[in-house]
Write a protein that binds this ligand. Structure first.
Ligand SMILES: NC(=O)c1ccc[n+]([C@@H]2O[C@H](COP(=O)([O-])OP(=O)(O)OC[C@H]3O[C@@H](n4cnc5c(N)ncnc54)[C@H](OP(=O)(O)O)[C@@H]3O)[C@@H](O)[C@H]2O)c1
Length: 156
């Protein structure tokens, strides 16, 4: 099973200068709650934007660079993203796709569900979530918080 988790604003912005365009501790807490004790996937740019691998999660990092190494027991480097996603889709264990834009775009056709934090307003940004078809998904739940709304979608 493949899930995707993202925070995007009303203009689909997700990133600015290698990090998020906003500071939302409540969203980071939501991310931690959903992804802890699961496998997560991210692109090398997003991975390198973090100071260290996230605890209590196994991180798969996508890069085309065959010479890239990261020596940590909770990190696995992958090079063949389509094969990785195709194989994971058959597993009952959930993989959370955690960005960034490049990886979201390639992973979208594989996802079974999405956790979207819909951040209110428009923010200065340089990275955007790819367009997707809302009609392909049903809304499982919505939770409105002060600065954003958590929407849980499941693929029809
Ligand atoms: N708001 C959110 O929820 C959220 C979540 C995550 C990230 N972000 C933001 O998104 C931005 C980063 O996004 P990004 O699109 O620039 O980068 P990214 O998706 O994190 O990483 C892109 C890298 O992934 C590797 N890659 C891509 N396709 C691949 C494939 N098919 N096979 C193997 N490796 C592949 C390449 O690494 P190599 O160049 O090494 O080959 C590529 O340069 C940052 O600003 C970050 O803060 C926001």
């Amino acid at each position: 099973m493949i899930s995707l988790i993202v925070a995007h604003d009303e203009n689909m912005a997700i990133g600015k200068d290698g990090w998020m365009p906003w500071n939302l501790p409540e969203d980071l807490a939501h991310f931690k709650k959903v992804t802890s004790h699961h496998a997560i996937l991210m692109g090398k740019v997003t991975f390198e934007g973090m100071k260290k691998p996230l605890p209590k999660r196994h991180t798969y990092v996508a890069t085309r660079n065959q010479d890239y190494h990261f020596d940590h027991e909770d990190v696995t480097i992958i090079h063949d993203l389509p094969s990785f996603l195709t194989e994971w889709k058959e597993k009952s264990e959930c993989l959370y796709v955690c960005g960034g834009a490049n990886i979201y775009e390639q992973a979208l056709p594989y996802v079974d569900e999405m956790w979207i934090s819909y951040v209110y307003g428009n923010h200065e940004a340089d990275t955007y979530f790819p367009a997707y078809q809302p009609k392909d998904f049903i809304v499982v739940s919505k939770e409105a918080l002060k600065d954003f709304m958590i929407i849980h979608y499941r693929k029809k």
